[in-house]
Design a protein around this ligand. Structure first.
Ligand code: BG6
Length: 498
């Protein structure tokens, strides 16, 4: 499906996100013939660039980062695509400059016949998320009488409940909710979307997807790298804000949601929000019992010394910022009452993997218990979000020979076997959806606030109670051992994917 003719305006066009992700993703769309006939990107930033300089720089980004740029004969397409790129230099904090900007935008629109349709992508620091929409609105660039006007913003959407509410209120003063597209790139991942298909198109899973058959749900998002050169940002964020409040709670809401009435933006997002609103709040005094935080300390991996978090650039040498968080929570509704959801994320762990594991209850009577461990009796459905995208079902089989020895075996599907094509990147999918006016895979304001509301007591407990430990874990290990204590059954522990 092709979007209407339009101009994609990228604020922050001289930054890394534009160079590595946005322009390469739009190029991939172009290469697949998914852009409208009349289309342009107008990069906006403080740095002065001529159109040609901008094009040359973006060309490098495309060559390095676009998924399709290595395809045969692609050079010609890169050339014709980059001719659609323009640049405008603007001090985004200066309201007075927006009048000329609007004039320039309409001139370009006139020249290219893009039908007055504009998307404004804010690839800027979050401090500009209130300023740019306000100044655009003051120029009437929020009014949709002669074409569409959409705004895309990237997380973080606030740093706590109050600031998230303030941000939403400010955005809504200038644009309507259906003009706002809040990117959580996890929703753009093919395998996250496949969760909906796995659940709602298979007769074998959905009937079991509830408290009667599921013992617990585990969600892991592990990264093997540390914070690298993002220490300055990360110090003010930590794993709770950086990953858990958004990406992981979003995954939990897809796992937990009721079937939507329809596959459309409102139906799906209504169901996701209900899950977030049903998560049992963790009281401030219970935080230590339900949430574990950790920070990586120096270690040696395969003979190589690895830095601890406090030695990273831009990090306070006495920092108590968590680079790991694990927690247990419950969703108080008919489907999930009393089923623990265990989620964890961390930097500098042994491997990069994001997966969801549905642990099913054992059979009511343990006929073969002598011959199998408790872990083996659990059927598990492992949904690998990345990097080796796929589905794995674990179940018990009899070991051939005498007796009834039971062994866990795997039924394993890898996305790579489905087609030779690459999996479209999150930005490619999300940008295309926004161009089409489909906000299904974007976070809605109420969901963002519900997620902040849930994490707020944790943030408060950590600030108000310095006795809650920040457990050190050697870089390259699976985080603090104490995170295993979140499981209610002493025989259970996290899955340790390799
Ligand atoms: C970002 C976080 O939102 O997600 C990063 O700010 C993190 O700290 C990244 O590394 C992880 O994304 P992905 O797609 O690599 O799992």
């Amino acid at each position: 499906k092709k979007p209407k003719n339009h101009i994609l305006v990228i604020f922050g066009a001289s930054g890394d996100l534009t160079y590595r992700k946005l322009v390469p993703a739009v190029f991939d769309l172009y290469n697949k013939d998914l852009l409208p006939e009349k289309f342009a990107i107008l990069g906006v930033g403080r740095t002065e660039f001529a159109d040609d300089e901008f094009r040359t720089k973006m060309k490098e980004g495309i060559q390095e980062f676009a998924n399709t740029s290595k395809e045969k004969g692609c050079e010609k397409n890169i050339e014709s695509f980059t001719n659609k790129l323009y640049y405008y230099s603007l001090n985004t904090k200066e309201e007075a400059e927006y009048k000329d900007f609007k004039h320039h935008l309409f001139q370009l629109d006139e020249k290219l016949k893009t039908d007055h349709n504009f998307i404004f992508y804010l690839a800027t620091p979050p401090s500009l998320y209130t300023i740019i929409p306000e100044y655009l609105a003051k120029q009437g660039l929020n009014i949709e009488d002669d074409g569409f006007r959409r705004v895309i913003i990237e997380k973080p959407f606030g740093y706590d409940l109050q600031s998230a509410q303030a941000l939403n209120a400010s955005l809504l003063q200038n644009f309507a909710e259906d003009q706002l597209y809040r990117i959580d790139h996890y929703l753009g991942k093919e395998t996250v979307q496949n969760l909906l298909v796995t659940r709602f198109s298979n007769g074998i899973f959905e009937p079991l997807w509830n408290r009667n058959y599921v013992s617990h749900v585990e969600i892991t998002s592990a990264e093997s790298i540390g914070v690298g050169n993002r220490g300055g940002y990360y110090e003010g964020s930590g794993a709770l804000r950086d990953m858990l409040q958004n990406h992981l709670l979003l995954l939990a809401s897809i796992i937990g949601m009721e079937p939507p009435a329809l596959i459309n933006s409102n139906s799906i997002r209504n169901e996701m929000v209900k899950v977030l609103q049903s998560i049992r709040p963790i009281k401030e005094e219970d935080v230590e019992k339900h949430v574990v935080r950790g920070q990586y300390v120096p270690s040696t991996i395969k003979g190589v010394k690895v830095k601890g978090y406090r030695d990273e650039k831009g990090v306070d040498p006495e920092s108590r910022t968590e680079t790991y968080v694990a927690m247990k929570f419950f969703i108080d509704n008919m489907r999930w009452a009393d089923v623990p959801f265990l989620i964890r994320t961390g930097k500098s762990l042994p491997t990069r993997v994001t997966e969801v594991v549905i642990h099913f209850k054992h059979t009511p009577h343990h006929l073969f218990s002598e011959h199998s461990t408790i872990m083996q009796q659990h059927n598990q459905l492992v949904i690998r979000i990345q990097p080796d995208e796929g589905l794995l079902l674990k179940f018990g089989m009899k070991v051939p020979g005498s007796g009834f020895n039971v062994q866990n075996v795997n039924m394993d599907f890898h996305y790579s076997e489905l087609s030779d094509d690459y999996l479209p990147g999150a930005y490619e999918r999300l940008l295309h959806d926004c161009m089409l006016g489909d906000a299904t895979l974007y976070s809605r304001g109420d969901a963002v606030e519900a997620a902040w509301k849930f994490v707020e007591p944790i943030q408060k407990a950590w600030v108000n109670n310095p006795d809650i430990p920040v457990h050190g874990y050697p870089a390259g290990t699976w985080g603090p051992d104490i995170a295993d204590s979140l499981f209610e059954d002493e025989h259970l522990s996290w899955r340790y994917p390799c």
